[in-house]
Design a binder for this molecule. Structure first.
Ligand code: GDP
Length: 307
């Protein structure tokens, strides 16, 4: 396995659809965040894995960045009529995936086996794996409140100020099979442009994964999800600030620290280049905005050439 990518949701998926066009997708292992997973109506939902799967399968709703293109919401409407909470947006086609995933898990498949099957059914050639087959759940502390991740993210629309992030179950969780071997054999490791504290940190909370990354001889190259001090989507900038990190490309470099060999930052952040280099991290400055697949391909080429 040549390339390993650590991935959250939308930001990662946008980048990965470029990467799979310039390297053989079979040579890519994507390690996905499943700290955001949630059980609703008896179904197991893996939002970050699904965003990546739908994007690589070419069926994602491009406008939203998640869900299936052209989906309808009749099932959710009916659930509402029956008196159930409907704050988590689940389209009808999307639900088919959750039904099949849950069926496979009930039949004894692990989450990585179920994910591999779903990817096969949808024609995704890159290997996509949850960080762990064990249950790890991201909890958000907001002052007195301890919230489940999706409660914070979707139900309450990220309105709370995050004071701590907890990865419940991480201590006991083992990496999904094959991840450590892939990291050990990788030629290149990528940290996708994802929320560092909410999407990548859960992956790094599995100590065997962090240790393998720290010991790896392969260059670990990141792309900053913070552009001009702001997240392009979601609460990454606010969460970094409230957790004591500078909300900037420099803050991203500081968060990953020694793990990173090289960080790709946006041209609007050129002022941070020297500061990041002073941390012992190489820097490439380029346009990192991915408005379309061509932008993602361009960025992927730069990343694959970075050393
Ligand atoms: P989520 O879990 O779906 O919110 O997605 P991620 O964990 O992947 O994080 C979203 C992050 O991706 C945000 O901080 C965005 O700023 C970042 N992002 C999204 N699109 C782009 C892009 O085109 N370029 C860069 N550099 N970052 C992006």
């Amino acid at each position: 396995m040549g390339v390993v990518a650590l991935a959250g949701g939308v930001g990662a998926a946008k980048f990965l659809r470029g990467l799979v066009r310039i390297i053989p997708p079979q040579n890519l292992l994507i390690v996905g965040n499943v700290g955001d997973d949630v059980e609703l109506y008896g179904l197991h939902i893996s939002p970050d894995l699904d965003i990546i799967m739908y994007t690589l399968a070419g069926i994602v709703d491009e406008e939203k960045g998640w869900g299936v293109a052209g989906d309808t919401f009749h099932c959710l409407e009916m659930l509402g009529r029956l008196g159930f909470e409907t704050w988590f947006n689940l389209g009808d086609r999307d639900l088919a995936i959750h039904i099949i995933r849950t069926k496979m898990l009930r039949e004894g498949y692990t989450l990585s086996q179920a994910t591999a099957q779903l990817c096969k059914m949808l024609g995704v050639k890159a290997k996509l794996m949850p960080m762990s087959d064990d249950k790890v759940r991201t909890k958000v502390q907001a002052g007195e409140l301890l919230l489940d991740f999706q409660e914070y993210f979707v139900k309450r629309g990220t309105m709370d100020t995050v004071t701590d992030v907890i990865f419940e179950g991480a201590k006991k969780a083992k990496p999904a099979p094959g991840i450590i071997e892939a990291i050990n054999m990788a030629e290149r490791i990528i940290i996708c442009p994802s929320n560092p504290l909410l999407s990548i940190a859960p992956i790094l909370s599995i100590s065997a994964i962090r240790k393998a990354l720290e010991a790896s001889m392969a260059p670990i190259i990141g792309i900053s999800p913070i552009v001009g001090g702001k997240a392009l989507k979601g609460p990454a900038d606010r969460v970094m600030a409230s957790m004591g990190y500078e909300a900037s490309a420099y803050g991203v470099a500081k968060f990953y620290g020694k793990l990173l060999k090289h960080l790709i930052i946006d041209e609007v952040d050129i002022a941070h280049k020297k500061r990041i280099e002073n941390l012992g991290i190489k820097v490439t400055v380029t346009n990192t905005l991915m408005k379309n697949v061509e932008d993602a391909i361009r960025l992927a080429k730069i990343l694959m050439e970075a050393e």
